[in-house]
Design a protein around this ligand. Structure first.
Ligand code: M6R
Length: 365
């Protein structure tokens, strides 16, 4: 049941430190300064042969995949692309035995993602599924992969599913990285960061009352922009999706640099911009983008890190998440955006756990 929580979504948001703890448990290999993901069932030799990764998924799982693309390319230096699962299946994708296809699906039952698994298997790829539901169709058909162990996700809006997927992808990137160029010290540093995720998320959850107040302030807004760069670009897309699906308010997730190529025309005083202004690479550029929004009279809600005060004078409202590296920032930041969407939808009187027009798993194309 929901316990003392009013909605499953809120319960699952608060479960994230434990859920991520379960995704990590037993998988940090301090002897080798690497990670250990046994379900992948690949030898170091198998792993070394992989020269390309294709991630396929839908919705939040696709967004998690996008964060994964940054991890695999930066940490493991393996060329990676993310495909909407339906696109993957219908475009006759170029697949060789050295391609690792990673379908991502919380439920393990999404029709398009399952079709992508079958397409990739037929073409002779190595297929490893990242699923939460044990024994689900995608997990079974892939035959290898990583289980999240996040516990059941009931809310239609994915929360812990997403953060556990991102954590699993980070661990996979470390394992592939250590199999290649990534040094021991860097591996050890990344393990430390992974281990710190649950606590950092606990700190974000403590900000709930502040986030609730900010959500109340903007309750009349009917259009939002969410802007990010780098690792926080997919985070912006995911934050906007959360708002849309549970509050029925229009929100666009955008790359901050892309705004001025057209969409900035939409900004005005009734269109708040949620800006990922965390202290990570690209922050200076983001500050410039925030100024561009302010010049169009758009109110700015900035997500910032720790005691960094760079955006204080600029933003109308500030959501503080703990200081972290760029690798962990998508995780802390999305939890703040989940809470924002939750309270915003609640103030607008929306049903939250079962939004209109949506099903928990999309088993038709
Ligand atoms: O079960 P899956 O991860 O395959 O589901 C994919 C999407 O349908 C899902 O993430 C959807 O976008 C969520 N409602 C987002 O909150």
């Amino acid at each position: 049941g929901k316990g003392s929580y009013e909605h499953f979504m809120l319960k699952e948001i608060h479960e994230q430190p434990d859920a991520i703890g379960n995704t990590i448990r037993g998988r940090l290999n301090h002897q080798l300064d690497s990670t250990r993901l046994g379900g992948l069932n690949m030898t170091p030799h198998d792993m070394a042969k992989i020269n390309r990764i294709v991630i396929a998924g839908c919705g939040s799982s696709m967004h998690a995949g996008w964060v994964g693309e940054y991890y695999f390319e930066e940490i493991a230096r393996i060329p990676t692309e993310v495909e909407q699962a339906a696109e993957f299946r219908y475009r006759n994708p170029i697949i060789t035995p050295d391609t690792l296809v990673l379908p991502i699906s919380q439920s393990g039952e999404t029709a398009d993602t399952l079709a992508a698994v079958r397409e990739a298997t037929n073409k002779g790829a190595t297929v490893a599924a990242i699923c939460n539901v044990v024994g689900s169709t995608i997990a079974r058909e892939a035959g290898r992969g990583v289980y999240l162990h996040a516990g059941p996700e009931i809310s239609v809006a994915s929360t812990k599913g997403f953060t556990c997927q991102v954590t699993a992808l980070l661990m996979l990137a470390v394992m592939f990285g250590r199999n290649r160029h990534l040094g021991r010290e860097q591996g050890a540093e990344l393990l430390k960061e992974i281990a710190s995720i649950p606590d950092l998320i606990r700190q974000v959850l403590k900000q709930a009352p502040v986030i609730e107040r900010i959500a109340a302030k903007y309750v009349k807004a009917d259009n939002f922009f969410y802007i990010g760069r780098g690792y926080l670009y997919p985070t912006a897309l995911e934050g906007a999706l959360k708002l849309k699906e549970i509050s029925y308010v229009h929100a666009e997730g955008y790359h901050a640099a892309e705004l001025k190529h057209g969409s900035i025309a939409l900004l005005e005083e009734n269109v708040p911009v949620v800006a990922m202004a965390n202290a990570v690479p690209g922050q200076d550029k983001m500050i410039g983008n925030i100024r561009e929004c302010l010049a169009r009279h758009a109110p700015v809600i900035a997500v910032v890190s720790g005691d960094d005060h760079t955006a204080d004078e600029l933003a109308d409202d500030i959501i503080r998440v703990p200081m972290s590296s760029r690798y962990v920032a998508p995780l802390t930041t999305i939890v703040a955006l989940q809470l924002f969407a939750y309270y915003f939808a609640k103030f607008r009187g929306c049903p939250i756990d079962q939004p209109r027009n949506l099903a928990k798993s999309v088993t038709v194309e």
